[in-house]
Design a protein around this ligand. Structure first.
Ligand SMILES: O=P(O)(O)OC[C@H]1O[C@H](OP(=O)(O)OP(=O)(O)O)[C@H](O)[C@@H]1O
Ligand code: HPA
Ligand SMILES: [Mg+2]
Length: 184
């Protein structure tokens, strides 16, 4: 299954089954923690898409869904240290309990810039649900309430994470073979 994509993968870090199991647990935790609250799930595109789709279907609450597109890198390979909003939320979040849904946290710059902004807009609370936590690379101290998996400091792809916009649709999380970068 997925042979065309999997042939570029040197090693699988997290299987589809492990992802499904952990995401279901995260959904149950959120369901328990947000009983009776007005919840908005905010997916950060594009990376969040697979995780958002799976997680929201494991949350047994009448949540609403919104999305943002943010970039901290611009046209550079190094982060500018702050974010540029390319697509903002569709709806006002005043008084709502916001859960930001992300595929991966790396330096933490994206989330460290976004959370204060959402709080300033009057959200009742803002928490993070992040599938992959590359904690060794953290430059900003960001509190993440719901973490799927801690991962090592390697460039990973799959389950929303891309290399040159590809491999987001890989249903597992893995590390690319070095020759794939050379070709790329
Ligand atoms: O913790 P940080 O160092 O800020 O990095 C994490 C961010 O980088 C990736 O997004 P990217 O900007 O590549 O956009 P994408 O979601 O479209 O891939 C990822 O989806 C996170 O949003
Ligand atoms: O390891 C990664 N892979 C893909 N995208 C990323 N964005 C931050 N870290 C990563
Ligand atoms: Mg990316």
């Amino acid at each position: 299954m997925m042979d065309n994509l999997m042939k570029d993968i040197r090693k699988v870090l997290i299987t589809r089954e492990q992802l499904q199991k952990r995401v279901a647990e995260m959904g149950q935790e959120i369901t328990r923690d947000y009983q009776g609250k007005d919840v908005v799930l905010v997916g950060i595109l594009k990376g969040a898409m697979p995780f958002l789709c799976d997680l929201m279907r494991c949350i047994d609450l009448p949540v609403t869904l919104d999305t943002m597109v943010v970039s901290s890198y611009g046209d550079n390979t190094v982060s500018s240290g702050s974010i540029n909003i390319k697509k903002d939320l569709d709806k006002d979040i005043r008084g709502k309990h916001v859960i930001v849904v992300e595929d991966i946290i790396d330096t933490g710059i994206t989330m460290d810039s976004l959370v204060p902004l959402l709080k300033k807009r009057g959200a009742a609370s803002v928490e993070l649900a992040i599938c992959l936590n590359k904690k060794e690379r953290r430059e900003r101290d960001v509190f993440v309430k719901y973490i799927g998996f801690d991962i090592p400091d390697e460039f990973i792809v799959g389950y929303g994470c891309d290399y040159a916009e590809k491999y987001r649709n890989l249903p597992e999380v893995g590390v690319l073979k070095p020759e794939v970068y050379v070709r790329g």
